[in-house]
Design a binder for this molecule. Structure first.
Ligand code: PLP
Length: 371
């Protein structure tokens, strides 16, 4: 019996999980039997896996569990600060970016906030849990262009706006002009500009706005280490922003929320210079080949630059049938029912190891033949 189902997302009397991963909940919610072999395309974690150094050094870190972890994660923050060219006072460590989002929402409690969609669902969920009024600004598919100047009126009286860049679920990267415009518009409207860069390091040439926090008091940058370093089970993320604001946001953080093993692993990951480069070239070559084949087969995809993309069969108005067809074969894609503006019109798919990508492409070819 899977008790967690009651926390899922209600879609036409079914309760689909709100996030990817943990595939058993998708099958349970649809009352389908999970096949013996499942390939999880619903989770967007690095298919290359965790850096080898974690396995090599894991045993050495064992004694770290005997003591309380450093509540300020100093060693990790110093490593991050050196890499990002900022000071540790501009950083706040979190138990995954998810904890950071919860803390930010708590800081915003009761105010009016905006989310630029499509976007990770947790910004709106966490803010609503804190009694915020959430305005949904939905960009138009299939380009999802961001034109910040058109948002100036909407952002009047809004305390904070969330932008997911590069974007989950589309994989699209908004260009520098658009993001800098948004930062400028937010300055004029006195709105906090919160940019979630959880996937920035998957971009073929990573672009970050973290340096903005040094001079722009109203910019916050959210980062995650769980995606690139494949440590989602360990939980590690951080927030960058002006020190005064971070102090306020950090006030409600549980004292030891980042565990000792996550800190050790985080430092080792950041010092591994080859992992990110290898990952980026692997993803780019796989994604290019996948997109070429998808187009040959007559599917549409988002112009993703990341380790996942949106997929649709243009012959269908919603992708439910395709979703179920693949589930029956143990191929679990991510539904999009809780992404405003996308809602079932696309499926999100992770780029996995080559053999797995091939299996999916073969299943999609067979689908096209039968439909
Ligand atoms: C855009 C985005 N931000 C943040 C998170 C949360 O990441 P973490 O595992 O660090 O909590 C996710 C997780 O899927 C995400 O997609």
């Amino acid at each position: 019996m899977l008790l967690l189902l009651s926390y899922g997302l209600e879609v036409a009397s079914l309760q689909l999980p709100e996030h990817g991963s943990n595939t058993k909940y998708v099958y349970a919610s649809l009352k389908m039997e999970q096949p013996e072999k499942v390939i999880d395309f619903s989770v967007n974690i690095n298919p290359v896996g965790a850096p080898k150094v974690l396995k090599d050094r894991w045993g050495d870190w064992f004694t770290a569990i005997n003591d309380y972890p450093d509540p300020y994660a100093n060693e990790l923050m110093e490593e991050l600060a050196a890499q990002e060219n900022i000071s540790v006072t501009h950083l706040l460590a979190g138990n995954g970016a998810a904890e950071i989002i919860t803390l930010v929402a708590r800081y915003l409690a009761g105010s009016k906030v905006a989310v630029i969609h499509p976007a990770f669902s947790e910004y709106a969920t966490a803010c609503r849990n804190e009694g915020c009024e959430v305005m949904e600004i939905v960009l138009a598919a299939p380009e999802w262009n961001l034109e910040a100047s058109a948002l100036a009126d909407k952002l009047q009286g809004v305390k904070a706006v969330f932008l997911c860049n590069p974007n989950n679920p589309t994989g699209i990267h908004y260009n520098r002009e658009a993001v800098e415009n948004l930062i400028e518009v937010c300055k004029r409207t006195d709105t906090l500009c919160i940019i979630d860069e959880a996937f920035y390091d998957f971009l073929p040439e990573p672009v970050t706005y973290i340096d903005k926090v040094l001079h722009q008091q109203h910019v916050l940058i959210i980062r995650s280490l769980t995606k690139m370093y494949s440590i989602a089970g360990l939980r590690l993320g951080f927030l960058a922003g002006n020190p005064e604001l971070l102090q306020k946001i950090g006030r409600t953080k549980p004292h030891w929320s980042v565990n000792a093993l996550a800190m050790k692993a985080g430092v080792a990951c950041l010092q591994d210079e080859s992992h990110t480069g290898e990952t980026r070239s692997f993803i780019e070559s796989e994604r290019t080949a996948i997109f070429q084949r998808l187009r040959q087969l007559g599917f549409e995809h988002s112009s993703s630059q990341l380790n996942f993309y949106l997929l649709k069969d243009p012959a269908l108005s919603t992708q439910e049938k395709l979703f179920h067809y693949l589930l029956k074969q143990g191929l679990v894609l991510r539904h999009t029912e809780n992404f405003p503006g996308i809602k079932g019109k696309w499926l999100r798919v992770a780029v996995k190891q080559s053999d797995d990508n091939k299996i999916l492409l073969e299943a999609l070819a067979a689908w096209k033949q039968g439909n």
